[in-house]
Design a protein around this ligand. Structure first.
Ligand SMILES: Nc1ccn([C@@H]2O[C@H](COP(=O)(O)OP(=O)(O)OP(=O)(O)O)[C@@H](O)[C@H]2O)c(=O)n1
Ligand SMILES: C[C@](O)(CO)[C@H](O)COP(=O)(O)O
Length: 247
């Protein structure tokens, strides 16, 4: 492991075991490449560069664990932290829970970061860790919602959905990762939720358990690669981003 001057010993879990159904046919999403490098490797490189991260736990598709291990062993960009690889589960929640078991014993702060957000700036990682280190139980990076959002009811026979109302956009935020937690808070949230909670992020599990979650500023570059057009945007961003952007 190459030396970086570490200021904390946080662990980061990287759920990477999804198929990427919305991206379409191909390799599991985390193994699809950007600039010739798997998305997962981009995400792990970013976490390894963060001064606060001592261990990264990659949660891989079970049948890909050996290949992912070999891929990360061969990458010089992931030398700044102790990188572990464990098999994932049936949904994101289960994958994160499996990753929690491999977090470093002495990590009091745990981040959860989607492999599907490969271009996250280091500054976002460090500001989430800093907010937890300053006392927050759970922290999410967010951006203001830019579209007008409508709440709709069930579609009618023609497939049209009746609009019910228009929430006040000024209090809505789109949530990204990494999300940061005091380790005990995240473990309790997963334990109490049990499997299959109808929740799409870890902060949601903390909310369900009655915990307090705070939001810090996210970054446009931390967007999630979900659909084919996102892959086009990610390739373009990778080709154009510069050291001046904080990478
Ligand atoms: N069983 C699962 C499902 C998802 N994930 C991870 O959770 C992150 C965010 O999920 P999402 O973008 O929804 O990925 P997929 O579930 O792969 O996408 P889709 O819903 O389109 O299949 C991804 O890094 C994905 O690999 C995981 O680790 N284990
Ligand atoms: C965790 C997350 O990326 C925050 O926006 C998101 O909730 C994952 O949701 P998905 O439906 O599994 O993509």
């Amino acid at each position: 492991m190459s030396m970086k001057e570490r200021n904390l010993n946080a662990s980061a879990i990287v759920p990477a075991a999804g198929r990427g159904e919305r991206l379409g046919p191909g390799a599991p999403k985390a193994l699809r490449t950007l600039g010739g490098v798997p998305m997962l490797v981009h995400a792990v490189r970013a976490l390894c560069r963060a001064r606060s991260i001592g261990r990264v736990v990659v949660v891989a598709p079970p049948e890909e664990v050996a290949d992912v291990r070999a891929m990360l062993d061969a990458d010089r960009g992931v030398e700044g932290a102790d990188v572990r690889v464990v098999p994932g589960g049936a949904d994101r929640q289960e994958s994160v829970r499996l990753g929690l078991d491999a977090v470093a014993d002495d990590s009091e702060i745990v981040l959860v970061h989607d492999a599907a957000r490969p271009l996250v700036p280091i500054g976002v990682i460090e500001s989430v860790v800093a907010a937890v280190a300053a006392g927050a139980d759970a922290v999410v990076p967010v951006l203001p919602v830019t579209d007008t959002v409508k709440r709709v009811g069930p579609a009618d026979a023609d497939g049209a959905e009746p609009v019910l109302d228009t929430p006040d956009r000024s209090v809505l935020r789109a949530v990204q990762t990494p999300q940061g937690f005091r380790r005990a808070v995240l473990e309790k949230a997963h334990r109490e939720a049990g499997p299959g909670a109808p929740i799409t992020d870890d902060a949601g599990l903390v909310e369900l358990a009655g915990g307090r979650v705070v939001a810090v500023r996210g970054h446009e570059h931390a967007f999630k690669v979900t659909r084919p057009l996102d892959l086009v945007f990610a390739e373009a961003l990778l080709a154009h981003r510069s050291v001046a952007d904080g990478f």
